[in-house]
Ligand binder design. Structure first.
Ligand SMILES: [Zn+2]
Length: 172
């Protein structure tokens, strides 16, 4: 079982069992972030918060690779799919629909380039690129419990966080 693109040793497997090697995974990961930045016209001219967080370091690398939208004054935040999926479930449980809307990406007014990338993808990319550090997240008790639940669900479906975010994006 080899990389679907170049037939070398894989490091990553998708839910549909297709696999990617180191180089092709890094390309896929960067492309996904660039697509998010372009689609929602995000800016990477400044990165807000978490200087010691591995996500901050990844955004610095990405910002060096692209010409960012200099017109936008919004800074990029480091939160990613694992933050937003847990906050969305938390909002649903609190029946707080206005709060849910604030957790969905919006063009120009909002900037989280890692919105669609999971902790697992981020840590794999960091490992491949020799980026040291970890994801430093402050969770409240509810989010901690939701993330334990997601951890269980991800054993069978690693895209479950994506599914939650996509469903809410379609519904609202
Ligand atoms: Zn490959």
């Amino acid at each position: 079982m080899s990389c679907q693109k170049c037939k070398t040793q894989p490091v990553y497997e998708f839910t549909n069992k297709s696999r990617l090697c180191k180089k092709c995974f890094a390309g896929y990961f960067e492309k996904k972030i660039l697509k998010t930045i372009r689609k929602y016209e995000m800016s990477l001219s400044s990165i807000a918060g978490g200087e010691n967080d591995v996500r901050h370091k990844i955004l610095e690398i990405i910002s060096n690779k692209i010409k960012t939208n200099r017109k936008s004054k919004n800074s990029a935040g480091i939160k990613n799919l694992d933050d937003f999926s847990a906050e969305i479930i938390s909002g649903i449980m609190a029946k707080n629909i206005p709060a849910l809307k604030k957790l969905l990406p919006k063009t120009k007014t909002w900037g989280f380039p890692l919105y669609f990338t999971s902790d697992k993808e981020i840590m794999l990319y960091a490992g491949l690129k020799g980026i040291k550090g970890s994801i430093k997240r402050k969770e409240n008790k509810m989010q901690k419990e939701i993330n334990i639940l997601f951890g269980e669900l991800e054993k069978n479906d690693r895209d479950v966080r994506h599914a939650v975010v996509n469903a809410v994006m379609k519904a609202l």
